[in-house]
Design a protein around this ligand. Structure first.
Ligand SMILES: [Zn+2]
Length: 157
C-alpha cells in the first residue's frame, strides 16, 4: 500500500494512521483504496470506499485508483447484499463544498444499503439518521464478508 500524501487532522488519513482497523472501523484494505464504515451513517451498513492518497477529486487520483474503487464497489454491494439482505443502494460522491462534501479534500464513495419501505425517501446527501443498530455490531456483521474476499480474491464479485 502507498503511504504517500497523508494529512494529519483528516479523518480518513488519521483512521489509516491509527493502524487499528477495528477501532477505525476499517473493513478492508485494497491496493489503493480502503473500505470504512461511516460513523455518521444514513442507514445501517453505510460504508465508504476511500483512496489511501489524500486527494480531493477523482481528477487528482493516482493511476489505477478509480478503477480499483469500482471493483471495491462490487465487493461492498455483495457484502451488503449478503450481510444485510440489501435490496437496493444509494451510491455517490459529494465533491466540493457546494455539493455538500463533509470531508472536503479527501474524496470518497458512499454506499448506502436500502430496503423496501426502510424510510421515506432519503438521498446520499440527506440527513444523518438515528440507527437501530450500533456501529460496532454493524462492523462485526460485515467484517466476515470482507475477510473472505481478502483470503480468496478470486471470489470477488
Ligand atoms: Zn486524508
Amino acid at each position: 500500500m502507498t503511504t504517500a500524501s497523508k494529512k494529519a487532522g483528516c479523518v480518513f488519513c488519521d483512521a489509516l494512521e491509527i493502524n487499528d482497523d477495528r477501532r477505525s472501523h476499517i473493513l478492508f484494505r485494497g491496493r489503493l483504496n480502503f473500505v470504512i464504515m461511516n460513523i455518521y451513517p444514513y442507514n445501517s451498513g453505510h460504508v465508504m470506499i476511500v483512496p489511501f492518497e489524500h486527494v480531493a477529486s477523482p481528477l487528482e487520483a493516482p493511476e489505477g485508483q478509480t478503477e480499483e474503487m469500482v471493483d471495491l464497489l462490487k465487493l461492498c454491494q455483495a457484502a451488503l447484499a449478503r450481510a444485510y439482505k440489501a435490496e437496493g443502494f444509494n451510491i455517490g460522491m459529494n465533491i466540493g463544498k457546494c455539493a455538500g462534501a463533509g470531508v472536503l479534500d479527501h474524496y470518497h464513495l458512499h454506499i448506502v444499503p436500502r430496503w423496501g419501505g426502510d424510510t421515506n425517501y432519503i438521498t446520499v446527501l440527506g440527513e444523518t439518521r438515528v440507527l437501530a443498530e450500533e456501529l460496532d455490531s454493524s462492523y462485526n456483521r460485515l467484517l466476515p464478508h470482507f475477510e473472505r474476499a481478502s483470503e480468496r480474491p478470486e471470489d470477488l464479485p
